[in-house]
Design a protein around this ligand. Structure first.
Ligand SMILES: C[S@@+](CC[C@H](N)C(=O)[O-])C[C@H]1O[C@@H](n2cnc3c(N)ncnc32)[C@H](O)[C@@H]1O
Length: 317
């Protein structure tokens, strides 16, 4: 399955490139990351040790934070993890403005110290904690919201870890860089200030794993007689996209309008029941090897909605 998603990077403004390059003389890798907000304006005592790390310290602009939260919608029930947390602004703002809990990790111990001090001063030291840790060695399985402002190759390297460790339905936001073939669910262009370039925020929902063979049966008059009718679907998946083939009582039917949003799955098919063509609209929630939801049957007889439950019975062929 191929993705139609094309690479999309922010437009660079000439004046800002000049400004970025002058800062880059002091912080060599910053030029790749967009307009560095002078670190000494934010965190005076930090020495930028970026050369040793995968990504330099460049704090996210307030407007980027607003966009990230607008897209990921953290609440008091969410756990936010920021990979490469810098001065802690993302997790602190998530705690202060949205009541979320969470932590950030950074390799720069000065930044981690400052982030913890800032959380203390803001009165959210319990909800927003910061650790000196390599982001690649961090257990992110608790995150219902994962945030990142890293470099393209780092974001892409994190993709399998994100898909492996995060629960389906968790939200991921990334400042400026995307995850290549994993098409974002939403992209926002964020205006910074007039003298700065725009930023981009990418948003994904972690999809449930639905590849494999699924089976179920249905029975309800007037669509069915007394016997239960057997269905099967063999699904292939690439991130949130899926396709496959279906059978209704061993007769091939086409899978149409497939959609996967985190744990919620939707698809339809048309098949013959009692010599009439019947449209089936399935929707359900994927929990491990089971999908539970409803199917709406229409065409030929009065429309009805029935409970639906499917079981994964094997791998995709
Ligand atoms: C661009 S800054 C983002 C800071 C913050 N997340 C924000 O958006 O304001 C990236 C941060 O990642 C940290 N970093 C770089 N490589 C890292 C690694 N392997 N593990 C943890 N942190 C890392 C840097 O020290 C820096 O503070």
């Amino acid at each position: 399955m191929t993705s139609g998603f094309k690479l999309f990077f922010p437009a660079r403004r000439a004046a800002l490139i000049a400004a970025a390059l002058s800062v880059a003389a002091a912080f060599p890798v910053c030029a790749q990351m967009g307009p560095p907000i002078a670190p000494d304006a934010v965190t005076p005592e930090i020495e930028n040790k970026s050369d040793a790390f995968d990504v330099p310290f460049v704090p996210s602009h307030d407007n980027v934070l607003k966009a990230m939260f607008d897209m990921a919608k953290p609440t008091a029930t969410d756990y936010v993890i920021d990979l490469g947390s810098g001065d802690g602004r993302i997790v602190i703002a998530a705690a202060l403005d949205h009541g979320a809990q969470g932590f950030g990790v950074d390799l720069n111990e000065d930044l981690v110290r400052i982030a913890n001090q800032r959380a203390g001063k803001a009165g959210v030291a319990e909800q927003a904690r910061f650790f000196v840790r390599n982001l690649f060695d961090t257990d992110i399985s608790r995150a219902s919201v994962l945030t990142m402002y890293l470099l393209p190759e780092v974001v892409q390297e994190l993709r399998p870890k994100i898909l492996r460790e995060l629960q389906p339905g968790s939200r991921v936001v990334s400042h400026d860089y995307h995850m290549a073939e994993w098409r974002p669910d939403e992209i926002r262009l964020v205006e910074l200030s007039p003298d700065q370039q725009e930023a981009i925020v990418y948003f994904w929902t972690v999809p449930a794993k639905i590849a494999g063979r699924w089976e179920w049966s249905l029975s309800h008059p007037p669509y069915f007689d007394d016997e239960r009718i057997g269905y099967s679907a063999v699904l292939q998946q690439a991130y949130q996209d899926f396709d496959g083939r279906m059978e209704i009582t061993l007769a091939d039917s086409r899978l149409i309008e497939p959609k996967l949003a985190g744990k919620r799955i939707f698809f339809a098919t048309v098949g013959e029941l009692k010599e009439r063509m019947v449209r089936h609209d399935f929707e359900g929630v994927v929990e491990g090897d089971r999908i539970t939801g409803t199917v709406r049957l229409s065409g030929g007889f009065p429309t009805i909605t029935l409970p639906w439950s499917a079981q994964r019975t094997g791998a995709a062929d």
